[in-house]
Design a protein around this ligand. Structure first.
Ligand code: GLN
Length: 440
């Protein structure tokens, strides 16, 4: 199998984390809650869906791809899941992911990797690779993921499906395990653009249990009409040739659809990745402080003292990428270093926000690649962990600014899907889907 779904029991491999090269086992029978007739009727009646394993579904595992949370069963469901259930949709399983959302290939999961359904030698993308692969392979018509720095759009692009990262706050994060709270939002994968519209309309809206949620309809209603113009990055933007060619074709396509093309230089593009990894690791170091084996999290077999219990819990429970990021995060937040790293990153974020606000006063959207390369080979042989992070420069723009962005299939090269994305001002989520419907 492609290893998209996690096994029902979410058992951890006994050996050291890393998993088998064949991917994790396929889905084992989840039992939909069919007893409640109220759930049978609705806009999504009977539609099965997958849920990234960092989003709570009552009674199901919530491993976040980590040994740390092995065996945990969620006592409640997140708001987005609740809303989908109320609309009649049925959860069929939890999908694989990079540990706590940290990665670009779904190779950082303690439960094994997910591979690309188009070519099993290549990665599905990450961190929501399980959701993307499950939708691409036709296992489910839609799936939920989370996008903190591209984790919905990049795997969507790699797997040739649609992936929406909504406006920050448009979808409640209640029930989403926190990675970097100021950047992330629950997003949606579909193979069908109309279904994307429907699922988004079901899950969005303010929620008293997440104070960062917005009244999306109100924000969308305030959207100023912008001229029929789309922005594209000028120059080559460091893209691999196949992606550069597809990006160029998309520009021509937009022109053919009657859009005026605006070629721009985004001054903050070069700083997006450093700013993102500074802010994301800082927030992650705080958010992941709660896993110490006391209230929850992996419990070591033996410990001499409470301090040793916590140390062992974190040493044994977290994988290498998570440890790396916790260390980076605590480093950038160290007293005396904040001005040098964290405060600078926040300034870049503000500058980006202003740059985009002025761009979107004169254009409906900015079209970007999702990633500078096509889906890369597994095992870090093409792109190492650092190069994978540098590839996040196009996706992280939307997270740093809170803007909505939607990835869409833009063609195939040598049998591999190439994804593009379009980003717009806050509340323009549906307008972006309209534009994609024209461009595809
Ligand atoms: N590649 C990004 C990272 O590793 C993806 C983050 C995300 O959206 N969860 O941080």
């Amino acid at each position: 199998g492609i290893g998209a779904f996690l096994s029902w029991n979410t058992r951890m491999p006994e050996a050291t984390a890393g998993g088998s090269s064949n991917g994790s086992p396929a889905l084992v029978g989840a039992e939909p809650d069919s007893a409640d007739p109220a759930r049978g009727a609705g806009t999504l009646a009977g539609l099965p869906f997958g849920v990234k394993d960092n989003i709570a579904v009552q009674g199901q595992p919530l491993s976040c791809g980590s040994r740390m949370l092995a065996g945990l069963q969620s006592p409640y469901s997140g708001t987005a899941v609740e809303r989908l259930l109320s609309a009649g949709a049925v959860v069929v399983g939890k999908t694989n992911m990079d540990e706590f959302g940290m990665g670009s290939a779904t190779e950082n999961s303690a439960l094994g990797e997910t591979v690309n359904p188009w070519d099993s030698q290549r990665v599905a993308g990450g961190s929501s690779g399980g959701s993307a692969a499950a939708v691409a392979a036709g296992l489910v018509p839609f799936a939920l993921g989370s996008d903190t720095g591209g984790s919905v759009r990049q795997p969507a692009g790699f797997c040739g499906v649609y992936g929406l990262k909504p406006t920050y706050g448009a979808v409640s994060r209640y029930g989403l395990v926190a990675y970097a709270s100021s950047l992330e939002v629950i997003g949606v994968f579909t193979r069908d653009l109309e279904l994307m519209r429907t699922v988004f309309s079901v899950i969005r809206g303010s929620d008293g249990r997440d104070q960062t949620t917005i009244d999306w309809e109100a924000v969308a209603a305030e959207l100023k009409p912008a001229p029929r113009r789309l922005a594209f990055i000028a120059g080559d933007a460091g893209l691999q040739p196949d992606v550069a060619r597809t990006y160029g074709q998309m520009r021509e396509r937009a022109r053919d659809c009657g859009y005026e093309i605006q070629e721009i230089d985004l001054a903050t593009l070069a700083y997006a990745v450093p700013a993102y990894y500074t802010i994301a690791t800082a927030e992650a170091s705080a958010n992941l402080a709660r896993y110490n084996g006391v209230r929850y999290g992996h419990r070591p077999v033996f410990a001499e003292s409470p301090v040793e219990l916590m140390r062992k819990s974190r040493t044994e429970g977290f994988g290498d990428e998570v440890k790396l990021r916790i260390m980076l995060g605590t480093y950038v937040l160290r007293s005396g270093f904040q001005d040098q790293f964290y405060v600078r990153a926040q300034r870049i974020r503000t500058k980006l926000y202003q740059e985009l606000a002025s761009l979107f006063s004169g254009a409906q959207g900015l079209v970007l690649p999702v990633f500078p390369s096509p889906p890369f080979k597994r095992g870090g042989v093409e792109l190492d962990a650092f190069q994978q992070k540098q590839g996040d420069r196009f996706t992280t723009l939307a997270n740093l600014s809170g803007c909505p962005a939607c990835a869409f299939p833009a063609g195939t090269v040598d049998g591999l899907p190439i994804g593009m994305q379009i980003m717009g001002p806050h509340g323009s989520d549906e307008r972006l889907l309209d534009i994609i419907a024209e461009l595809r």
